[in-house]
Write a protein that binds this ligand. Structure first.
Ligand code: SF4
Ligand code: SF4
Length: 181
């Protein structure tokens, strides 16, 4: 067996002075360059400026609506069951439409617990919940305001964010005119 000896560092190398100095010079060079060319700085002045997010970005949730404006959701609880953060709370009510058994009387998402995993979107058999609103800033002055209620989640037009929705999924219609026999 051949033992490979480690070379002993020289005194200057073991003190790391030269490397520290090189690092500082690199930082200083960037600082001076950015001060002299502020327009070329790769900085986004958030929140005044917002970066456009690429289409696959998971943003805020929204609940999809039927043509009459009612939620597509049938309170099946699949999303709430699959959610690893247990942040979806649904109170099911009995629907007056005989073709639909239930509807969400309440549908709350606690955004402070949500980990943006997208499992709820994947689990929904009706494409009733999407995460395509390009808002990823969850900030407010109270915790209560970060629990998004049904009315807020429904407050949009279905087409508003369709360009950002990726990938599109087929909707399984279980009721209504497009229902499969
Ligand atoms: S994105 Fe994930 S954590 Fe957030 S509500 Fe959906 S399943 Fe829960
Ligand atoms: S999985 Fe879809 S239909 Fe079922 S409760 Fe969640 S949003 Fe509603």
């Amino acid at each position: 067996m051949r033992v490979v000896q480690r070379p002993k560092p020289k005194l200057m190398q073991s003190l790391y002075f030269i490397d520290i100095f090189k690092g500082l010079m690199l930082t200083l060079r960037h600082v001076i360059r950015n001060i002299l060319n502020p327009d070329q700085m790769m900085v986004v002045y958030f929140p005044e400026q917002k970066k456009e997010l690429p289409p696959p970005t998971r943003g805020r949730h929204r609940l999809m609506k039927r043509e009459d404006g009612s939620p597509r959701c049938t309170a099946c609880m699949l999303c709430a069951t699959v959610c690893p953060a247990e942040c979806i709370h649904i109170l099911a009510g009995e629907s007056t439409d005989t073709a639909i058994e239930k509807y969400p009387e309440r549908f709350d998402i606690d955004m402070l617990r949500c980990v943006y995993c997208g499992f709820c979107v994947e689990a929904c058999p009706l494409d009733a919940i999407r995460m395509d609103v390009p808002e990823v800033t969850v900030a407010n002055y109270s915790r209560e305001k970060l629990v998004y209620h049904k009315e807020f989640l429904l407050n949009h037009h279905n087409e508003d964010y369709v360009k950002n929705y990726n990938p599109p999924r087929p909707v399984i219609e279980t009721h209504g005119p497009l229902a499969r026999p």
